[in-house]
Design a protein around this ligand. Structure first.
Ligand code: ADP
Length: 496
């Protein structure tokens, strides 16, 4: 199959979250299965050194009746993956990806609309007829609309099917209705069944109705999206798709996340019996100026500092842990300044037991995964989550909230502890400080008082594999199903 993958981030080039991991690993896995995959992404300023040497091709992208945008497609490679970087200086030669460090760029819908349309124009201009156009989150979702609406009668795309993958359903791109004309969405679509949402425009909401197939990144999250509690206000859209929403669990890129070969960590190790794991803990304690002590439990977390990650629960719980228990805690993250200040405050109170690193640091994230005893993820919602999967591979026991992809990837140690042969971590349900604290104290009890049980949980986790190959086979099956289907015709179909 020819698969056009459109993404605003690709790991190794530009990354702010898990979308980047998927946009690198899934195309790689599909390519390994023999598919012809191209990744379209913006030619961001931060990677200009890379793409400015790539061969250039001018493309005229007709976004709407009155707006044709001239872009340059730069064809290059990231490892084995062919990349089409869309150069549009006005939109992408800026310091940030989505924001200026404080505020989202006000023209984001237009910036990513350009990418979504020019990706399709690139195909036509190069006579590269995709079987599947795989879009990701709101940033590329408009490509599904353009395929159905602007290009619905184009023979070139008659056999092409569109897929929209939801990596985080909370980000929907709500903007003023005046933007619709700029991105070529006729005002007839500004109605509650399509893009209109409480007097504003909602790009994800509208685009969902035009995708031939919609997926999300775990079965657990798929079952939440269709409910009023878990659908981020779009549950009715997810329930009424042309093809039922499916959840395909993300894999893990074990070329990057493997303690046996990881170049970032103090010492490689193959099992928890290997002294390497303890050396990694010691090295992390040293690096972050904590007391170097092998017996003290070292907990931690890595995440964007946003409400979704349950930081408002975690911060008071860290404080209570510091007061009540002999344990250490490490936190790496960037985002909300107020949350960052609260974490810095805890560090000032407990400098030898708590360390917060503000910022984004890929190398440190590997050393934390290897050095911790336990990794905490008390997310309010979590489409898939990657760090708990990495933790399992590194013999670092995850403690997660029972939600989304976290519940699909971690097996909770039951109260009776009868499932010791299969348990890989700890889990709590209620979104309260007490519930998180109780489960963390349960974890600390097992760590301190039941070392053989702790080791079983570590061992079970290290044996788990979430292969991208398996996920890619599921995507391939889904693509084939869509290709067999008749193309969905939208009742308001018109041509630009
Ligand atoms: P999300 O996509 O919601 O941010 P995921 O768990 O799916 O959450 O993916 C987050 C990815 O970003 C993981 O690979 C994680 O290690 C990485 N990450 C998040 N914050 C940081 C940070 N401050 N430094 C390094 N890596 C980070």
């Amino acid at each position: 199959m020819k698969i056009l993958f459109i993404s605003s981030e690709v790991d190794g080039l530009v990354k702010t979250g898990g979308l980047a991991d998927v946009a690198y690993a899934l195309p790689k896995a599909l390519q390994a299965m023999g598919h012809d995959v191209r990744i379209v992404m913006p030619a961001y300023l931060v990677i200009k050194d890379l793409w400015e040497d790539w061969p250039a091709q001018s493309i005229q992208s007709k976004i709407s009746h009155f707006n044709t945008v001239n872009v340059t497609a730069r064809l290059g490679k990231h490892e084995s993956l062919p990349i089409v970087a869309i150069e549009h200086a006005e939109s992408f030669e800026r310091a940030g990806i989505y924001d200026d460090g404080q505020f989202a760029y006000p023209d984001n819908v237009y910036r990513f609309g350009i990418i979504s349309k020019s990706a399709l124009d690139w195909c036509q201009q190069n006579d590269w007829q995709p079987d599947i156009v795989h879009t990701n989150d709101w940033q590329s979702a408009l490509a599904c609309f353009y395929l159905a609406e602007h290009l619905g009668n184009e023979p070139f795309f008659k056999d092409t099917r569109s897929v929209l993958s939801i990596h985080n359903g909370a980000y929907q791109m709500q903007c003023d209705t005046s933007w619709l004309a700029n991105v070529g969405v006729d005002e007839r679509f500004c109605r509650p069944d399509d893009f209109e949402d409480g007097g504003h425009v909602n790009i994800l909401k509208g685009a969902l109705g035009f995708a031939d197939g919609v997926t999300t990144v775990s079965p657990g999250y798929a079952s939440e999206l269709v409910t009023p509690m878990g659908g981020h206000g779009l549950d009715f859209k997810y329930r009424n798709l042309a093809e039922p929403l499916i959840g395909i669990l993300n894999g893990c890129d074990y070329d990057q996340w493997n303690p046996e070969t990881d170049p970032w960590i103090a010492e490689n190790y193959t099992s928890i019996d290997d002294p390497g794991k303890a050396h990694c803990k010691q090295a992390l304690q040293k690096e972050l100026k904590l007391d170097v002590d092998p017996s003290i439990p070292l907990l931690g977390s890595i995440c964007r500092l946003v409400d979704q990650k349950g930081i408002h629960l975690l911060i008071p719980v860290i404080l209570r842990l510091m007061q009540r228990h002999d344990c250490q805690f490490v936190m790496l993250g960037s985002g909300d300044e107020t949350l960052a200040n609260q974490l810095s405050y805890i560090q000032r109170q407990y400098p030898h037991r708590f360390h917060f690193v503000k910022g984004y640091d890929a190398g440190l994230s590997h050393r934390i995964e290897a050095g911790l005893d336990a990794f905490l993820m008390p997310s309010i919602f979590e489409p898939c989550g990657l760090n708990q999967i990495y933790s399992l591979r590194y013999g670092t026991v995850p403690l997660v909230r029972e939600v989304g992809g976290l519940q699909d990837t971690v097996s909770r140690l039951s109260q009776s502890q009868r499932n010791l042969k299969t348990a890989t971590g700890f889990m709590f349900q209620a979104l309260t400080e007490e519930a998180l604290l109780d489960e963390t104290e349960r974890l600390l009890d097992v760590y301190k008082n039941k070392p053989s049980q702790w080791r079983s949980i570590q061992k079970n986790g290290m044996q788990k594999r979430f292969s991208w190959k398996k996920s890619a086979v599921e995507y391939e099956r889904f693509y084939r199903r869509l290709l067999k289907n008749e193309k969905v015709q939208h009742p308001l179909l018109h041509q630009v």
